[in-house]
Design a protein around this ligand. Structure first.
Ligand SMILES: NC(=O)C1=CN([C@@H]2O[C@H](COP(=O)(O)OP(=O)(O)OC[C@H]3O[C@@H](n4cnc5c(N)ncnc54)[C@H](O)[C@@H]3O)[C@@H](O)[C@H]2O)C=CC1
Ligand SMILES: CC(C)CC(=O)C(=O)O
Ligand SMILES: [Mg+2]
Length: 352
């Protein structure tokens, strides 16, 4: 098969973890006799530095055409003086998600066995943790009107019933394939958008009588996630809460550097990216953990190209590398970003 995708390394550690993931993809395509057609494009601060818009037209066109996108991260202190749509985050990543209608962001929290002792929680409390966060990705406060006025500053948060309904359906459909439980997280004691969220999720849940529905307020959820992580199956939540809760979930999994994500629409386009950002504090030092990016590449093979054996081969290689402590410093190892990429690739080759 010809695996054609758009590659957006972006900023900070993006190009570093991206190079490691590409190395693994090249090995997989060699082992499984595929060809790779990589369309590398500019995004974020890297695009700004090249004299382009944060989301250049050529980049968007490539994403639309290939329908499979592997992205590192955007943003960093170098561009923090910029405002509004001139910023990498507001001018590239958010419009990319919005314009491609990638409203369903799926982020897994299933600690690898080799990392169970790295989390602050004891192994016996963590063992069996396996939940997925279904985060709404194209609505809410990140996309509302924002600005400054005489009174200070404002960020508007809006959700339509249709926006809540479609992400709730995704969550319930996913729960039907898993352990049939949805935990919907909102702030309905205070926010009107959350009241709509809760009512709509209730309505959708009536179509799924086999699925147990639980509602939690987001402040309490930050505690429940740490005290009873094994209780959750599908966690359904809005854009900003999902952003925050999944960084917290990374603590259960050992590091920010191990959680991949898929952002999907109702069509065939998929955007695959680690949940972490550009990590300017470690950029350029070979310290970044590439596993989240490598797993995002595996998800791209599975979800955009239907290459299940190839995706599973990468995931098995990652599990093997973690068991053998072939890891970067965030996981207590001594390997560089590139060395982890090579170690995972070697395991893919050895298993073939
Ligand atoms: N999807 C994206 O493009 C995202 C972009 N950002 C942007 O990234 C920049 C930095 O944001 P931060 O708040 O520092 O979040 P961050 O996720 O980049 O980093 C948070 C902490 O986790 C560590 N970390 C992150 N990824 C790691 C990896 N792969 N291996 C080892 N350690 C890792 C970092 O060193 C840092 O200490 C900001 O400009 C922010 O807007 C933040 C989140 C997502
Ligand atoms: C630019 C941010 C909204 C990206 C982010 O933090 C995320 O999607 O996790
Ligand atoms: Mg985030």
């Amino acid at each position: 098969m010809n695996i054609q995708f758009t590659y957006l390394p972006g900023d900070g550690i993006g190009p570093e973890v991206g190079a490691a993931a590409l190395f693994v993809l090249e090995t997989v395509s060699d082992v499984f006799a595929h060809s790779l057609q990589i369309e590398a494009q500019l995004i974020g601060g890297a695009a700004i530095d090249a004299g382009e818009k944060p989301l250049p037209d050529a980049t968007f066109e490539s994403c639309q055409r290939t329908g499979a996108i592997l992205l590192g991260a955007v943003g960093g202190p170098k561009w923090d003086h910029l405002t509004g749509a001139d910023r990498p985050e507001l001018g590239s990543l958010l419009p990319l998600r919005k314009r491609l209608n990638l409203y369903a962001n799926i982020r897994p929290c299933k600690p690898y066995d080799g990392l169970l002792d790295r989390a602050p929680l004891k192994r016996d409390r963590l063992e069996g943790t396996d939940f997925v966060v279904m985060r709404e990705l194209t609505g809410g406060i990140y996309f509302g009107a924002k600005g400054r006025d005489a009174g200070g500053a404002y960020d508007e948060c809006r959700y339509s019933e249709a926006e809540v309904e479609r992400i709730a359906i995704k969550a319930f459909d996913l729960a039907m394939q898993r352990r049939r439980k949805v935990t919907s997280v909102d702030k309905s004691n205070v926010l009107e958008t959350s009241r709509l969220w809760r009512e709509t999720v209730e309505q959708v849940s009536r179509r799924y009588p086999e699925v147990t529905l639980e509602h939690l307020l987001v402040d309490a959820m930050t505690m429940h996630m740490l005290t009873r992580p094994t209780d959750f199956d599908v966690v359904l939540t809005e854009n900003m809460f999902g952003d925050i809760l999944t960084d917290e979930a990374s603590v259960l999994c050992g590091s920010m550097g191990v959680i991949p994500s898929a952002s999907l629409s109702d069509g065939t386009i998929g955007l695959f990216e680690p949940i972490h950002g550009s990590a300017p504090d470690i950029a350029g030092q070979g310290k970044a953990n590439p596993i989240a990016m490598i797993l995002s590449a595996a998800w791209m093979l599975r979800l955009s190209f239907g290459l299940e054996a190839e995706a599973s081969a990468i995931e098995a290689a990652v599990a093997g590398a973690l068991d053998a402590s072939e890891v970067t410093g965030d996981l207590g190892g001594a390997l560089t970003t590139a060395e982890v990429g090579r170690a995972v690739a070697q395991r893919v080759r050895n298993a073939a």
